[in-house]
Design a protein around this ligand. Sequence first.
Ligand code: NAD
Ligand code: TYD
Length: 353
Amino acid sequence: MKHTPDILLVTGAAGFIGSNFVHYWMNAYPDSKIIVLDALTYAGNKENLVSLEQNKSFTFVHADILDTDKVEFLLREYNVDTLVHFAAESHVDRSIHGPDAFFKTNIEGTHSLLKAAKKVWLDEGKTNHRFHHVSTDEVYGTLTPDAPAFTETNQYLPNSPYAASKASSDHIVRSYHHTYGLNTTISNCSNNYGPYQFPEKLIPLVIANCLDGKALPIYGDGQQIRDWLFVDDHNRGIDLIIRNGQIDNTYNIGGNNEWANIDIVTLICELMDEYHPAGAPHKQLITYVKDRPGHDRRYAINASKIMNELGYAPQETFETGIRKTVQWYMDHEQWWRRIMDGSYTNWLDKNYE
Ligand code: NAD
Ligand code: TYD
């Protein structure tokens, strides 16, 4: 069933992927309207959307997804036809130190949005609607080195509180289709990288620490494998699913790009030698630290379903995507330095003590 999104409510769009999504969408579809709802937690940054502030098709609302009344109001007031749900607590390490916020936002928060959507779209008879839930490959658990990549039919075996909270939210979304008939879709994507990623995540952390001559912390033996995708290739996949995806379907999104952590950090060090020769060789900053508890060994996505059904193909190679990313962090030093305030420093002390 095709859908034409005209008026979108995008949650969590002051964060990394959501802000890239809004920029991507406004470029691709300048006639559509976007209302952003974001609670501006430590990970939310209005600066990510500053270039859209004068755009009449863009509205920013500072609110929590747990505020069901507010969400209902926005859906009605703006006649929203498409809700794209990015808002979440998203950092695995933080979920280990403090899981409560993850269960609150990721589970209860998703339910709050579904309740509002049900009330405004279903109970009030708006059949032309979509609820797209953005999820992660981490719901599938961990793979052994030779196991086939995750497909949409893999069993859910989440290992971290973050992954468990996202798995729960996926199930709740599914139940709102099966029980009430809400038009839902879900995407489970692999690790993203690109502009505006908060510098607590591996790739921006390594770039920032290279520029500051600080240690590059590698958890455990550094042989854990992640499947990296450039953020706008994730957004292209979401776009296809919202328009052409089948209701009540899950689509895995990935770029067939598996890297061991130590190899990706070494590669970034080599790039940094080129972009920032004063600090070369950056490899000397690599420091092995205590492993993350319950650290998943390998994630890998089989994206055949979205490729075959919806014609999806990533546009960036890793070579082009990682260069764009390093260049962006070189060009936006003020952006990430401003983030590294007191509370962020406290987090670093706690995580790497
Ligand atoms: P992020 O942490 O950078 O941003 C999260 C945003 O959500 C922030 O702007 C924050 O202020 C907002 N937020 C948090 N709690 C909120 C609440 N209660 N109400 C309203 N807003 C709230 O996250 P991200 O990396 O951009 O991830 C976005 C989504 O994509 C998440 O759902 C995540 O699970 C999923 N995902 C991320 C990746 C990845 O590699 N980063 C991969 C696959 C899926
Ligand atoms: P991260 O970017 O936190 O994403 P996720 O845990 O969701 O995959 O981490 C990516 C990988 O890098 C993961 O295996 C943990 C590892 N890692 C380190 O080795 N050192 C670090 O300082 C960080 C933040 C992550």
